[in-house]
Structures are given as C-alpha cells and as structure tokens.
Design a protein around this ligand. Sequence first.
Ligand code: HEC
Length: 117
Amino acid sequence: MKRFNLLGLFVAGVFCILLIAGVGVAEEKTGEMLFKEHCVACHRDGGNILNPKKTLNKKDREANNIMTASDIINKMRNPGPAPTHPQEWSGMKMFDKYKISDDEAQRIADYILTTFN
Ligand code: HEC
C-alpha cells in the first residue's frame, strides 16, 4: 500500500514537471507556428502561389541555390528583386529582425528544411 502511494506521488510529480515544461515551450513559438503566421499565405503546403518555380520543396530550393538554413534566412531578410516582375519586386515580403528575430528565423528555416523535402 505504501509503495503504491509513493508511486502515485512520483507519477504526480512527473506530471507536474511535464506541465510546467509544456507551458514553458508554449510561450516560445515553434518554427511551424511561425511559418503558419508569416509564410503560409504564399507558401501553403510548402508551395508558392506567386511563383510556382520557387516552392519550398527541396528540389526547387536547391535548383535556386537555397541549400542551408542561413540561405533561407537570407531570403527572408532580402527576398530581392525579380527582373521579370513589372515592379522589380520578387513578390515576397521582406522580414527584418524586428518582424522575425534571428532566433525565430532559424526555427522557421529548420522547420522548412525538415518538412518540405
Ligand atoms: C507575399 C507572399 C510571400 C510571403 C508572405 C512569403 N513568401 Fe517566400 N517567396 C515568395 C515569392 C514570390 C518567392 C519567389 C521570390 C523570387 O523570385 O526569388 C518566394 C521565395 C521563397 C524562398 C526561395 C524558394 C526557392 O525555391 O527559391 C524561400 C526559402 C522563402 N520564400 C521563404 C519564405 C519564408 C520563410 C517566409 C515567411 C517568413 C516567406 N517566404 C513568406 C512569396 C512569399
């Protein structure tokens, strides 16, 4: 009986720790949450509604020389002009450090690299 109570206490303790850890994680947005917040409007399912040749899938990314997380972060910071676009604008919004911190940008990039293969 005593043993059972100890086990109960242990389980309750572990549960509390998980709960606290869970709340801690919830405060920090994951790459997926950030992607949904900032990118999904144009990159639904990793596609690209404005430029179908520049999706987030590995094949397209690598064809466009976007290989690493820092390449993806560069693209966010400086999406760059497209010579073919009438307004000399690539169509992708620019995300500076104030909109998306370096830390968040890294999480988004990791999410893209692991999700869209
Ligand atoms: C307003 C629409 C729009 C939003 C929002 C947007 N993008 Fe883009 N994205 C584009 C367009 C258009 C391109 C193609 C740009 C070009 O011509 O180089 C692109 C290209 C890219 C590429 C290069 C893909 C390739 O195959 O060359 C990456 C990486 C990327 N976006 C990441 C992001 C991330 C990360 C976010 C969110 C933080 C985001 N984009 C938000 C429209 C958008």
